[in-house]
Write a protein that binds this ligand. Sequence first.
Ligand code: B12
Ligand code: SF4
Ligand code: SF4
Length: 278
Amino acid sequence: MSLILSQHIRLRMPIVPVRMGGLLGGNAACGIKEAWSSSFVRRNSGLRRTLEVVTHRNGGDLFGVADLRPMAQSVPEDNALAKFPKAISVGIRLSDAIVDQHSPHEAIESSLYWHHVYRVVSPALDFLAQGIQRELQSNGYQAFPVPASMPYNRETLKGVFSHKLAAHLAGLGWIGKSCLLITPDFGPRVRLVTVLTDAPLETGVPLDRECGKCQACIVACPVRAFSGTEFQPADPVEARFDRQACSVYRRTHPCGVCVAKCPIGRHIQQATSSNIQR
Ligand code: B12
Ligand code: SF4
Ligand code: SF4
């Protein structure tokens, strides 16, 4: 598949003032009629910029837009999500200090990692997605905020929509041997959220990178959940990752070892923590 192609595009655009309440962009009827003409996309680059600013002001560190149309054939037509041609992917960088001190052997109730990930960052992501949804909807577009974490199906271990798929296709990172989205700057130390939309936004291109000889997550995982195989789009997740083994272990252990041990993104001291120009 030719989806996994090109390189990461960093956003370096001038800041425009945020105007709340749908002052930028068109209306629904206009969007549907002209949706995919390139001039229409150009005219709506201001909307994309507004969404980046909304993201940054609400604590987001990474922003990208994925073109979902090449994936359409794998989505059943009766799936309500099939009507969305694009996905906005947003990431919040985790606290290195919290990730570094984390231990899977603590009690879940007293794990600072657990608290950070599920009680602080995930709600912040849902709030961020709501702000993006609000901006899109007030501009006349459809917008479906996918929950950052819960709910998901406990039997199939599948969420409403895969954040990693959106982030990967948007060019924010690649899928590592740990099955996590690995970003060039922060490695897997980011949590994600997605807003599905029909807004004609400019899209990124998937990052084409691999883990190479690294085995850190494979060796460190307490339940040996990874096969060590590099990501291939055509392979099922099961070829790389025993999701049940991880899920069962995490019922009693606040594990995020595969996040903490990845050498990519560890101890990066940077003035900026964002791909969004302030
Ligand atoms: C259910 C769930 C679990 C289950 C099952 C995990 C799984 N991988 O399926 C369990 C409980 C085991 C679990 C564990 C963890 N989870 Co979890 N989990 C989810 C949840 C809610 C749904 C995942 C889902 O639908 N999986 C179904 C499979 C099919 O999709 P997927 O694994 O998401 O992604 C695959 C496809 O997108 C595919 N893919 C990617 N690009 C492309 C491109 C093409 C062309 C194709 C065809 C396919 C393809 O490859 C991906 C990786 O296998 C998501 C939130 C969400 N809605 O996405 C969080 C999420 C995946 N979890 C996350 C995390 C961090 C974890 C943990 C590390 C725990 C923690 N919080 O510290 C562990 C370990 C996970 C690991 N190593 O993969 C993060 C990942 C962040 C990142 N940087 O990647 C997510 C995205 C939550 C978030 N809001 O950030 N999780
Ligand atoms: S969260 Fe822990 S148990 Fe699950 S895959 Fe990562 S290292 Fe393994
Ligand atoms: S720890 Fe190594 S093998 Fe695992 S995802 Fe990170 S770079 Fe890839």
